[in-house]
Design a binder for this molecule. Sequence first.
Ligand SMILES: Cc1cc2nc3c(=O)[nH]c(=O)nc-3n(C[C@H](O)[C@H](O)[C@H](O)COP(=O)(O)OP(=O)(O)OC[C@H]3O[C@@H](n4cnc5c(N)ncnc54)[C@H](O)[C@@H]3O)c2cc1C
Length: 322
Amino acid sequence: MTTHTTRMLILGSGPAGLSAAIYGARAGMKPIVVQGIQPGGQLTTTTDVENYPGFRDVIQGPWLMDEMQAQAEHVGTRLMYDTIVEVDLSRRPFRLIGDGGDVYEGEVLVIATGAQAKWLGLDSEEALKGKGVSACATCDGFFYRGRKVAVIGGGNTAVEEALYLTNHSDDVTLIHRRDSLRAEKILQERLFANEKITVLWNKGVERFVGDGDPEGLVALELRDTVTGELSRLDVEGGFVAIGHHPATELFRGHLELDADGYIAVQTGSTRTSVEGVFACGDVMDKVYRQAVTAAGTGCMAALDAERFLAEVEFEHVREAAE
Ligand SMILES: Cc1cc2nc3c(=O)[nH]c(=O)nc-3n(C[C@H](O)[C@H](O)[C@H](O)COP(=O)(O)OP(=O)(O)OC[C@H]3O[C@@H](n4cnc5c(N)ncnc54)[C@H](O)[C@@H]3O)c2cc1C
């Protein structure tokens, strides 16, 4: 068992955690990033990324994250292959335990553990992820310009995704297992008023159907949730929009979470309910969920953390002088 100490401890190595590391390292904080089970975060699970600024051509998600990681290390970040399983935020330095028993102590803590999209859990969904099946219309909608697409879900996210997709497609189908939506009334009104969107009620996806070489989504096999009847809907894009799981279990009871389990932060900052603990990226953002916004809030968290520590350390110096 080893104890690793740092001024700035960062959990998570997606765009939020690595951006916080780059800013933290350049502010002399000598950050440690504990990477978790998905080094590089969610973008390592995708291929084409076309909306991260700075690149004229389409880039690959894993390549972008390799570059961010290299940049973070280049400016002085230590990257640890470990996953935090226990936290003590009751006093500073904060003390966190890795799954092999290593201890991590940080004067400040930046949480960037992300949020995972919920999936339907079908084998065919897994096989066609990135080949027509997606959980992010903002990320991937552009690749389906002029094609038939479907959104699966009935909450706010599903309705927002369907509306967003009408920027690219004139033929969007919203598929919902029930006969009414959970989404807010105003979103429903916009949905029903949009001529590009058709709603299929009482239908669940039984199978994502792939074909072609290279294989891509060509249709959805649907089962009527009332009659049990099977039907087929030809689409080239299938967007699963049934919610996200923020990775916050570890912090339940230690930090204030909002009603959906995201880390609550003060408006306009990354400060959490515990002084010296900051949160950035998808773990505190259920609205935008993009790599660039995660990176932006990662930068904010590092700056907030650096200012917090500077204030605390100045107080110590002043008290000692009195
Ligand atoms: C398939 C797919 C395609 C996407 N395409 C795009 C796109 O084209 N453009 C775009 O802008 N966005 C895209 N996104 C969204 C984007 O990936 C996310 O918004 C972004 O990655 C969020 O960054 P983050 O750093 O907050 O969290 P994440 O990227 O989710 O990273 C979370 C990190 O926390 C770590 N972690 C979790 N728990 C622990 C723990 N207990 N201890 C230590 N570490 C832990 C994980 O290992 C991981 O490194 C896509 C997402 C997916 C899934």
